[in-house]
Design a protein. Sequence first.
Length: 300
Amino acid sequence: MNTQNKEDSQLQTGASRRNDWIVWRIIVVGLASLIMAMNINTFVHTGGLLPGGASGLTLLIQETVKKYFHQDIPYSVLNILINAVPVYIGFRFVGKKFTWLSCWCILLTGLLADLIPPLQVTKDILLISIFGGLINGVAISMCLLKDATSGGTDFIAIYLSEKRGVDSFNIPLVINAVILVLAGFLFDWDKALYSIIFQFASTMTIRMLYRKYQKATFFIVTNKPREVCAAISDISMHGATILEGEGSYEHCERNVVYSVVSDAESGRIIRVVREADPEAFVNVLKTERVIGRFYQRPTE
């Protein structure tokens, strides 16, 4: 009876933690939506920029309809329609919780962008392009770190990253550049080129903060290879290869643990390796691509 009660208690604790984690994800994604909406109504609108992706395409259509047909289309309605196909890709190929949280982000960003009044921070178009892009990248990274996205081309980047096992966030940059070139033909080349700076700053910020699909290779010289391998497996669910070698100075036997992991897990792995063997020598290398079986935590 006591065993049954203990198991029930553990199940309830696990369920409570999962619920708390989901609530925390909803809060963080909501905060990111607020930041994106404020960024649209300050830097983006002030500079007349197009932020790229679904948001950029939404603003491009808004400006086109306003200029040539003298009609105003609500941002939220148009943004939801444009995100319909990416949302389908998310549900079909990525993960349901991921897509639901992304839909929450899309809806909330659209509503807040319509409700928050415009605010001019600076008139310097270069400052607007750089800092607006940085803020946009931070907001998108907040979503990605909580397994959600702001919609549009980010869905495509996540889908390609899951399918190919490599960081694919440069592909949306190319797609967005095409959208911005089209905007240059329709409106102003200066604004289109500044928008590319905005998008470049945003993409580089995302690549710096969100490293799930980037890989790191570990070479660890240690006298406790089994303990180090176990520590790596506990953190990352990745295996390792133990290589036998000889120290060139003392001519004694050395073991080298070789493993490839997600770059996002590198910091934690270094800590547990140091705990397993404080004397270990750790070399971390950036890995461009891995071919073969590589465990990737699934997106829910």
